[in-house]
Ligand binder design. Structure first.
Ligand SMILES: N[C@@H](CCC(=O)N[C@@H](CS)C(=O)NCC(=O)O)C(=O)O
Length: 237
């Protein structure tokens, strides 16, 4: 195994936490470069050389750059998880199950819940159509997680892997951004509680140190949701 020389470019968000949690689980040494996305540092020229898409997270490992969180988790486990602590070996049936959930998160859960967050909390206008469309789709995706977790303790199989890590931060954020009650999905809730207790997860959620506690964010975002709903609906058909 080559010696890691990893820098993580990140910010305390569901996509950023995927990578800090993975690095903590693998007990890899890494430097952190905080990219404050509210100041658009992720769009600066130097950073676009690391992630041409201008978003966090990204890593460099020596000369290698890796962008897109799913690719980063696969890179880190391919290269450094030789004991298969949080991944299945390429070529095995479980590896493809793991890959399926990673693709599902990257193409479905992340983008859909991201839009649900946007229209519910951050949008400058109120669109009931958009809120309903994306919140309902996010709930449908949580039903998919629930159905899987009724039949299997973790998403890829019997073992906790990067398939779970990649979804965890988004499930956590649903309680903060969308006021979801995870009790509506009992197996998902149990999975969430189990993963939340892992020391590496608790450490990863502090990288870089969040400026506010979960409770403070909940209150701020509840106010933001109320502010949007106090506006007139702008949908026109
Ligand atoms: N598909 C990307 C999504 C990355 C992403 O959306 N990052 C957000 C933070 S969670 C970001 O950098 N937003 C700032 C921007 O869009 O400029 C990944 O999984 O890495």
């Amino acid at each position: 195994m080559s010696t890691p020389d990893i820098t993580l470019y990140t910010w305390p968000t569901p996509n950023g936490f995927k990578v800090s949690i993975t690095l903590e689980e693998l007990e890899l040494p890494y430097k952190v470069e905080a990219i404050d996305i509210s100041t658009n540092r992720q769009k600066e020229e130097w950073f676009l050389k690391i992630n041409p898409n201008g978003r966090i997270p990204a890593i460099t490992d020596g000369e290698q750059r890796v962008f897109e969180s799913g690719a980063i988790l696969l890179y880190l486990t391919d290269k450094y998880d030789k004991e298969r602590k949080i991944s299945y070996p390429p070529g095995t049936p479980e590896y493809y199950e793991q890959l399926g959930w990673i693709m599902w998160q990257m193409g479905g859960l992340g983008p859909m819940q991201g839009q649900a967050n946007h229209f519910s909390v951050y949008a400058p206008v109120r669109s009931d159509y958009a809120i309903r469309r994306y919140v309902d789709e996010t709930k449908r995706l949580y039903d998919v997680l629930e159905a899987r977790l009724i039949e299997s303790p973790f998403l890829a199989g019997d073992k906790y892997t990067i398939a779970d890590i990649i979804c965890f931060g988004w499930v956590r954020s649903s309680r903060i951004h969308l006021d979801f009650n995870l009790g509506n999905w009992p197996s998902l809730n149990k999975w969430f509680e189990t993963i939340s207790k892992r020391p590496a997860v608790q450490k990863g959620l502090k990288v870089p140190p969040p400026s506010k506690t979960e409770e403070e964010w909940k209150n701020i975002l509840a106010d933001a949701r109320k502010r949007i709903l106090s506006k007139e609906n702008t949908d026109r058909y």
